[in-house]
Design a binder for this molecule. Sequence first.
Ligand code: ATP
Length: 211
Amino acid sequence: MLKKIPEETIVRLSYYLRALLYFKEKETPIISSKRLADFLKISHHQLRKDLSYFGQFGRKGVGYSCSKLIESIRDILGLNREWSACVVGFGNLGRALSFYRGFKDEGIIIRAAFDINENKINKDYPHLKVYSLDKMEKVIKKENIQIGIIAVPKTAAEEAAKKLCTCGIKAIFNLAPVKLDVPKEIILKDVDLSCQLTSLTYHLKNLETKQ
Ligand code: ATP
């Protein structure tokens, strides 16, 4: 049976990958777990534990080959191929995400956007078109889209998620500030930007009380 891997471990793999790419660029062929962990300001025990979920990497007393570990992590994360995504809600957030280059760099290509606003529908952008919701099923099938990114107001998020699920999406990245109820086979990631920002205000407030 497959071991249950903590979600935090999976997220940290992306950070390891970025750091390894940085070291590879700096022409560091071999890196110790301590140096890699120090660079990321985590403990090397954590790093080794995270990697141990996926097998044996590196050589004791020598370190990891940057190129080999990069390849292994890309393989583990499914980054050796392209994934297609769509955005639902082509407002300020949806537009910014649609044109964000960082996703493309990871092989996640946003192929289409969907909206209910007549003024936004049927507009063509480089590599992207905005469609009405009734085109969703056809476009998702045609473009083989697996990931749906929800960037609608919170009152419309549940409906957007339902529609994505019935249209065959397998994973949802939800940016609306609401907990979604989706079928258990759907992979769901909620990213509430305001909550993330609130953790900053918590630390800022504590900094002020210390001064
Ligand atoms: P703008 O001012 O361009 O509309 P915004 O970021 O202020 O942008 P929001 O009210 O946050 O807009 O809505 C985000 C987008 O979601 C808008 O483009 C809106 O038309 C769209 N939207 C709202 N409800 C739905 C829905 N049920 N399905 C799809 N898109 C929707």
